[in-house]
Design a protein around this ligand. Structure first.
Ligand code: SAH
Ligand code: SF4
Ligand code: F3S
Length: 447
C-alpha cells in the first residue's frame, strides 16, 4: 500500500542530503514523498541544533503536528506517524520523548539507515517513542539503498561526516559524532549513479569536507585533492563544488586542484568566524588571521577569478570592540562574494557557553548589523562586477517569475533568464544584463 511521506528539513546541506537518503530508505516500505503535509501518513522533521533559534523551532513545530495528528485521528480515524530526525534528535532525544509524547520515532543523523527496523517497531497505541540515537560502529552508507529518485542537475553528495575539531562554540562534534571519511568506492559509485540520473554538478558535503581522507580499494589512503582529481575524470560531470571547508585542512594538493581542474568551480566557502587572533584562539580554531590571509592569497594565485564566502560569529564571549574591528578589517581585506553571519548563541554542553564574559544581546545585534552592512556591500559590488560578462549558467529550475528559468553562475550566484533559453540541466552562455543584491539577470548568448 502506498503511504505518503512528508519531510521538512532544517539546517545545513548535510541535512538536505540526509532527508533525501531517508526517503530512499523508506521507499522500499511503500512510502512515497509528498509536498502536502495534510495527506502525509508519516511526517519527518529533520532538525538543526546549531543555534538556539534553530532548535527552539522543533518544539513549536511539534506542537502544530500534535494538533494535526489528533484531529486526523478524531475525524478520519487515521494515524499520522511523527518522526524527529537530525541534530536535535541526537542532542535532545530523551527530552523530545518526554516533552512530546505524541512523537512516535526519534532517530539521529548517524542511525537513520535503521529506519526500516524502527518503523517496524511502531505501535500507534503506545505513548513510548521508538528511539535510535546511537553512533553505530557500522557506517550508515553501507546500509542505505540506492537513490530512489533523480536528484536534479545539481546534487549533494556527503563524503565526510562528523567533526573532531571541537570549536568551543559548536555542537556539531556532539550531534554528528567523530570525523569519518567515506571510502572512495562508495563515493565514486554514488557519483556515477547521480550522473547517470541526470546530475551534472556535484557538491561534495562534509562538516569538514576538506579533512576527508578516505580509503581506496587498494588500501591506500587518498587525500581530498586526489578525490577531486578522480571525480573530474567522470564523463558527464561538468561542475564540482565542495563545502564546508576548514582553513586547517587546506592542503597543498587542494590548491593544485583549484589551479588544474576546470570543472572545479572558482568559488569556495571557507569560514573564518572572527578576524581577531585572540578570539580565534578562544574559539579553538587553531589558526590565526595571517594563516587565513595566506590561504586566500594562494587560492587567488591558483585561480585568479576565485570568489570567497565565509561564516562569521559576532559577540563570542569576551569579544571587545577591538576584536570586532579586527573582524571588519579581515572582511575588508578578503572582500567576500557572499557570507553568512550570526550572533553567538550559547549551546548546552559547549565550553564557550559557560564563559563568564558573555556579551549583551544589544551589543551583539549592533555588531551584527555593522558586519552585515559591510558584507552586503561587498556582495553587491561582486554582483555588479559581473555586469556585461558572458558566463556559463547551469539551468536548475523554473524561476518563481513566470516566463523565466533560474540557474547558477560558477560563483553560486542565482541568475534569471527567459524561459526559452534552454532546458533544465543544460549549461548555457548567458550575458549578465542586471545585477541585484542577491541575484543576477541575464540573456542567453547565441553562439
Ligand atoms: N564546519 C563548519 C561550520 C559548521 S556550522 C566550519 O567549521 O566552518 C555553520 C556555521 O554556524 C559556523 O560556521 C558558525 O559560523 C555558525 N555557528 C556554529 N555554532 C554557532 C553558535 N553557537 N552560535 C552562533 N553561530 C554558530
Ligand atoms: Fe563546528 Fe568547528 Fe567542527 Fe566546524 S570545525 S563543525 S565549527 S566544531
Ligand atoms: Fe545543524 Fe546539524 Fe547541520 S546542527 S548545521 S543540521 S550538522
Amino acid at each position: 500500500m502506498v503511504k505518503k511521506l512528508y519531510i521538512k528539513t532544517y539546517g545545513c546541506q548535510m541535512n538536505v542530503y540526509d532527508s533525501a537518503r531517508m526517503a530512499d530508505t523508506l521507499s522500499p516500505l511503500g512510502y512515497v514523498e509528498t509536498s502536502h503535509l495534510d495527506e502525509a501518513d508519516m511526517v519527518v522533521i529533520n532538525t538543526c541544533h546549531i543555534r538556539e533559534k534553530a532548535s527552539e523551532k522543533v518544539f513549536s513545530e511539534l506542537g502544530r503536528l500534535r494538533k494535526m495528528k489528533s484531529s486526523r485521528q478524531e475525524q478520519e480515524n487515521r494515524n499520522m506517524t511523527i518522526a524527529v530526525a537530525g541534530c536535535v534528535a541526537q542532542a535532545e532525544g530523551e527530552e523530545i520523548a518526554r516533552r512530546a509524547p505524541w512523537v512516535d520515532l526519534i532517530v539521529g543523523p548517524q542511525a537513520y539507515h535503521t529506519l526500516p527496523q524502527l518503523v517496524s517497531k511502531l505501535d500507534p497505541t503506545s505513548r513510548q517513542a521508538v528511539i535510535n540515537t546511537d553512533f553505530p560502529v557500522e557506517n550508515k552508507f553501507d546500509f542505505l539503498p540506492e537513490e530512489h529518485t533523480p536528484r536534479g542537475p545539481a546534487a549533494f553528495l556527503s563524503v565526510q561526516e562528523g567533526c573532531d575539531k571541537f570549536c568551543t562554540f559548536c555542537v556539531v562534534p556532539y550531534t554528528r559524532g567523530a570525523e569519518f571519511s567515506r571510502p572512495v568506492k562508495g563515493i565514486m559509485d554514488e557519483a556515477k549513479r547521480l550522473i547517470e540520473n541526470g546530475s551534472v554538478e556535484l557538491n561534495l558535503l562534509g562538516q569538514n569536507v576538506n579533512a576527508w581522507h578516505g580509503e581506496a580499494e587498494d588500501g591506500q589512503t587518498w587525500s581530498f585533492g586526489r578525490l577531486l582529481y578522480a571525480l573530474a575524470e567522470l564523463d558527464g560531470l561538468k561542475r564540482i563544488r565542495y563545502t564546508t571547508s576548514h582553513p586547517l585542512d587546506m592542503h597543498d594538493d587542494l590548491f593544485d586542484a583549484h589551479a588544474e581542474i576546470p570543472q572545479l568551480m572558482p568559488y569556495l566557502h571557507l569560514p573564518v568566524q572572527s578576524g581577531s587572533d585572540r578570539i580565534l584562539a578562544a574559539m579553538n580554531r587553531r589558526h590565526d588571521r595571517d594563516t587565513y590571509f595566506r590561504i586566500i592569497d594562494r587560492l587567488r594565485d591558483a585561480r585568479p577569478n576565485m570568489a570567497l564566502s565565509g561564516d562569521f560569529i559576532v559577540g563570542f564571549p569576551g569579544e571587545t570592540d577591538r576584536d570586532f574591528a579586527d573582524t571588519l578589517n579581515l572582511i575588508d581585506r578578503v572582500n567576500y562574494a557572499s557570507a553568512y553571519s550570526f550572533k553567538y548563541s550559547p549551546r548546552p554542553g559547549t565550553p564557550a557557553a559557560s564563559h563568564e564574559d558573555q556579551i549583551d544581546e544589544a551589543v551583539k545585534s549592533e555588531r551584527l548589523a555593522g558586519l552585515q552592512q559591510l558584507l552586503a556591500s561587498q556582495q553587491q559590488m561582486f554582483n555588479h562586477s559581473k555586469l556585461g560578462e558572458v558566463m556559463d549558467i547551469l539551468i536548475e529550475r523554473p524561476a518563481s517569475r513566470e516566463g523565466q528559468k533560474a540557474g547558477r553562475s560558477p560563483w553560486m550566484q542565482a541568475v534569471h533568464f527567459s524561459e526559452n533559453s534552454g532546458e533544465i540541466g543544460d549549461i548555457i552562455p548567458v550575458k549578465i544584463v542586471a545585477a541585484y543584491q542577491n541575484s543576477l539577470a541575464g540573456e542567453r548568448v547565441i553562439t
